[in-house]
Design a protein around this ligand. Structure first.
Ligand code: GDP
Length: 305
């Protein structure tokens, strides 16, 4: 149900493969592999991983290691397992690293429209329900409506919020004030929203660095988490975005949003594979409860079911 909309095309392709495999003989190999390639590309696995998977199967078939439809099917199951391995490798922890320092600081970054503010609101609700005291920081000072939007989430979740005192305030100033307040008043966690002008915008990256530094000055260290929001509907654009944000600020986890729609999300497998950063949460709607911890197995099952 979670990823209900997402993978129907993939499933259609995989159903064709299943049928082909029932009566498979060697001459079907190219057709089966074409269908598989299509299925993986449709899910936005990305060309690199897709080719790696398809070619290794082709090698095994022509080398005589896979001799029947059943054996190839078993190999698909192994494939599922290898995708699962990618998503769970390097002991990737999906829980937030909140440590003992008070306040813990979580920065949420990402391009506009991806679901940053919404995810932050949902995360506030989740953490507050777990018993923590949460302070929201309206660090998207570039977009006037962003801080109004966060005010609404503050009300909805019953969390306090620190916003810019004057127009055109610097994001780093707002975040610094918020973290100071968090420290003085003993909040458990400060959740920092940030601006999301196009990720190619150099000054945005400068601003994020300034924000990180401003936070470090107050708490004597890096934020506990810097979560990059990836829009599940953007497919292959995810990878360059993730690379750039990671190079500039150092990402500790992803939030993959909009998996309730027609989002494919498969591309996140390439992102996790290349950067070795775990997905921590998935967004499955616009409501306050619609942020769930990432479960690799459920995600993979939804792709390959
Ligand atoms: P920001 O610019 O990155 O802060 O993005 P917003 O949080 O304003 O979200 C942009 C739009 O996407 C809003 O209309 C949100 O309600 C919507 N949105 C965010 N996350 C999800 C999600 O998981 N599922 C769906 N269906 N919509 C989402």
């Amino acid at each position: 149900k979670i990823f209900s909309g997402g993978f129907s095309k993939t499933r259609d392709n995989l159903a064709v493969i299943d049928e082909l495999l029932l009566y498979w003989n060697l001459s079907d190999t190219d057709r089966v592999l074409d269908e598989l390639e299509e299925a993986l590309l449709v899910s936005d696995f990305g060309p690199k991983i897709t080719i790696k998977i398809v070619e290794s199967l082709r090698d095994d078939i022509y080398a005589g290691k896979l001799k029947s439809g059943t054996e190839i099917k078993a190999s698909f199951d192994a494939l599922k397992k290898s995708v699962l391995d990618i998503l769970t490798k390097k002991g990737a922890k999906t829980e937030l690293k909140l440590g003992f320092r008070k306040p813990a600081v979580i920065m949420i970054v990402g391009v506009n429209g991806g679901g940053k503010t919404t995810s932050l609101g949902k995360l506030a609700h989740r953490l507050k329900s777990g018993g923590a005291t949460i302070l929201l920081a309206a660090g998207d000072t570039f977009r006037a409506a962003a801080s109004d939007q966060l005010e609404i989430w503050a009300e909805r979740t019953g969390c306090e919020i620190v916003s810019a005192e004057k127009e055109k305030a610097k994001a780093s100033t707002v975040l610094s004030q918020a973290v100071k307040k968090g420290k003085e008043q003993g909040f458990d966690i400060v959740l920092c929203d940030t601006s999301g002008r196009l990720h190619t915008n150099y000054s945005l990256m400068e601003e994020l660095i300034a924000c990180k530094k401003a936070i470090a000055k107050v708490v004597n260290g890096a934020p506990n988490e810097i979560l990059l929001v990836l829009d599940g509907t953007t497919g292959l654009n995810m990878l360059p975005q993730a690379r750039e944000f990671n190079e500039v600020v150092g990402i500790t986890g992803f939030i993959l949003t909009k998996l309730d729609g027609s989002a494919r999300g498969g591309c996140v497998v390439s992102v996790v594979d290349e950067l070795g950063i775990p997905v921590k949460f998935v967004g499955v709607g616009e409501g306050v409860e619609d942020l769930q911890p990432f479960e690799a197995e459920a995600f993979v099952n939804a792709i390959f079911s």
